[in-house]
Ligand binder design. Sequence first.
Ligand SMILES: [Mg+2]
Length: 348
Amino acid sequence: MENVETQFLDSKSFPRILEDIDTFIFDADGVLWLGESVMPGSPALVDFLLKKGKTVIVLTNNATKSRAVYSEKLAKLGYNKQIGKNNIVNPAAVVADTLHRSGLTRDKKVYLIGTQGIKDELDDLGIQYFGDGPDPVENHHDGKTAFIYDLELEEDVDDVGAVVVGYERHFNYIKLMKAANYLKDESCLFVATNEDETCPGPNPNTVIPDAGPLVGAVKIASGREPVVVGKPNTPAFEYICRRWEINPQRTMMIGDRTNTDVKFGKDHGLKTCLVLSGCHQVEDIVDNHENDRHDMIPHFYAKNLGSLVETGEFAVKKDAKELSAHLLEKITLAEEPYAPQPRRTVYY
Ligand SMILES: [Mg+2]
């Protein structure tokens, strides 16, 4: 086993790497916020970077709300007002952009399994959609047979240009069946927001399925592979490159998941930093190392964003040693990470 090259960052070591980085891309959930609460210390780090003239981009895999709504949330949680809608990238915006650039004609509609965030972004680009919201089984089936052998589709297959799948709490068998039937037409595009298996929440004992299981169901039922736009996939990176002039080698992706945030950064030539304030922990870095998943081993790790600036109460009080020193003994950091989540290591 070779040495893990992941370096620990804190308020003393972080300033030393600053001159090599022009652009910081932050994941949101588990990094800037946790559910509806601000991640303590994170606004101070964002302020610090803006004062240093760095470009700040927020790249979330959450498509449930539009960029405008996330912009309001950042402001409400105390983030610098300079960070607005135009600093945010989410799969909803990338899905709309992908459909727009695919040449989806005005007369074609999108069958949408997804929520308000995608609707807002599709509205922004004038793309027609249908199917969102509840679609109860009882409206389609009398319960006399176990399977549903036929289903009336509300739109003619020829009029549906794409099926978009994201997180949707009303997801059910009817939606799955409709999506699979629209996708029978090979010319119908299949676009997915993201494939995160779960999302973090305030109760670490509750598993909260994200869009991944829904996308997986449509994939299997339709036999089609979607274009997945969210992290770690390339459409999100290309979208960022179209909007900002970034030099990947001078850009750092900071997130709380190794299989989305870190992989996204490593796959696209960015520097990467895992913060331990959300999903994945030091043990996951060690697991990735043992499984030779170098695409999911970050260049750096830190307790949380607040620990990267001298903000008093949020600064790391104890010296943490380099990860390599921890590796053999598998010692975790001296302090418990903020609101730890259940460990799940899933390899794509
Ligand atoms: Mg996250």
